[in-house]
Design a protein around this ligand. Structure first.
Ligand SMILES: NC(=O)c1ccc[n+]([C@@H]2O[C@H](COP(=O)([O-])OP(=O)(O)OC[C@H]3O[C@@H](n4cnc5c(N)ncnc54)[C@H](O)[C@@H]3O)[C@@H](O)[C@H]2O)c1
Length: 349
């Protein structure tokens, strides 16, 4: 086998820790460098991972000519500048979700990718879950027929993060829409075969986060600096005539202890529910309902699997496992949701 691809990770606070096992397990990659603006975090994670090439300035990691792949795990607003700099330096880039908070940012990243001829992938780990892959395989076999409607949600009760990188717009670019809406929307569009979104009608709310004593089970009191939405909902139309209802929240008086993440897909041959992974059929001949339980054939931690899939794609000249154009559609819808909420009516995309 050719030499292993050298990987440098930028932003080693939280999510990077579930990327490391993928880089270590991949036969195509080796983890060689880390960067974080916070010196103490960088030192601690460097020791824990056995990595000695440590950079407090991400531009120094990007300037290292030995590095082939840059993995970006910083808060959202730093994804675009770091990814563009890394692509311009000739690196392949995998970047945490959202690829960036606005369509204009993602377009710049796509331009930089095309100029460099390197790969750019969004780390949408739910696509690498065994349950998602089992359902996607059935849908690609046509068992649901034409999927003409979907209902998707990701709802938490008292589940807002409280770190600045998530709750201050200048670091995050938005609230739960941009944080967890990205997950369920990406998964739904992938299952639907990426129809082109043409319009969106959306609303956002910040109510519970503004009540006296507002708190989150994910981080304690909600700081006054919380300046993003806590809830959003949208109705989306696609060029195929298909439609989607989306709901996302970090703080909602909803019946769940942790996180309620669901997707319902309705086609003219059958329906499906994820994550239960049940297929739902109705026979006009027998007038009977039939529910089919899918089994997950694939195991493994999805964050690690996405990193391994990226290294394999780079090593073998394959396309990006999650192309930036698909993330552009996701963010076009969420950006449209925000714009629709601001003007109080449906808008064309
Ligand atoms: N896929 C998932 O399941 C998942 C889960 C959580 C977070 N995320 C995404 O991962 C990203 C990071 O989230 P997190 O929870 O790890 O945040 P975090 O705050 O725990 O860690 C981010 C780290 O980046 C560092 N940092 C900030 N700006 C930097 C810069 N310009 N250069 C170098 N380092 C910088 C910070 O010091 C911090 O250590 C976000 O985009 C978030 O949306 C994805």
């Amino acid at each position: 086998m050719a030499k292993r691809l050298k990987v440098g990770v930028i932003g080693v606070g939280g999510i990077a820790n579930v990327h490391f096992p993928g880089w270590k397990e991949s036969p195509y990659a080796e983890l060689v460098a880390l960067s974080d603006l916070d010196a103490a975090t960088l030192k601690r994670v460097g020791e824990a991972q056995g990595v000695s090439l440590l950079y407090e300035k991400p531009e120094d990691l990007i300037a290292n000519k030995e590095i082939d792949i840059v993995d970006i795990c910083t808060p959202n607003m730093y994804h675009r500048p770091l990814a563009v700099a890394a692509l311009e330096a000739g690196k392949h880039v995998i970047c945490e979700k959202p690829l960036a908070p606005t369509p204009a940012d993602i377009q710049q990243m796509i331009e930089a990718r095309d100029k460099s001829g390197k790969l750019l992938m969004t780390a949408q780990h739910f696509r690498f879950e065994g349950s998602s892959r089992a359902l996607k395989a059935e849908i690609d076999r046509g068992v649901l027929g034409d999927v003409y409607h979907a209902r998707s949600w990701m709802l938490r009760r008292s589940g807002a993060p409280t770190r600045p990188g998530f709750i201050q717009k200048k670091h995050s670019g938005g609230g739960p829409c941009i944080d967890i809406g990205v997950h369920i929307l990406d998964l739904t569009l992938w299952m639907m075969g990426h129809p082109k979104p043409v319009s969106v009608s959306g609303i956002t709310q910040a109510k519970l986060s503004k009540l006296p004593g507002a708190f989150s089970n994910w981080g304690g009191p909600i700081p006054d600096s919380f300046d993003v939405e806590e809830f959003a909902a949208a109705f989306v139309r696609f060029d195929t005539g298909a439609t989607l209802v989306l709901e996302v929240s970090w703080l909602l008086n909803h019946k769940t202890t942790g996180e309620d993440m669901q997707m319902w897909l309705y086609g003219d041959k059958g329906g499906a529910h994820w994550p239960a992974n049940e297929l739902l059929f109705t026979s006009n001949e027998t007038r009977q309902h039939m529910n089919v339980q899918l089994t997950n054939k694939e195991s493994g931690a999805p964050h690690a699997k996405e990193c391994m899939a990226f290294a394999e794609a780079v090593a073998n000249g394959l396309p990006s496992p999650v192309p930036a154009e698909q993330s552009l559609d996701v963010i076009t819808i969420l950006d449209g949701l925000y714009r629709s909420a601001a003007v109080g009516k449906e808008i064309a995309l």
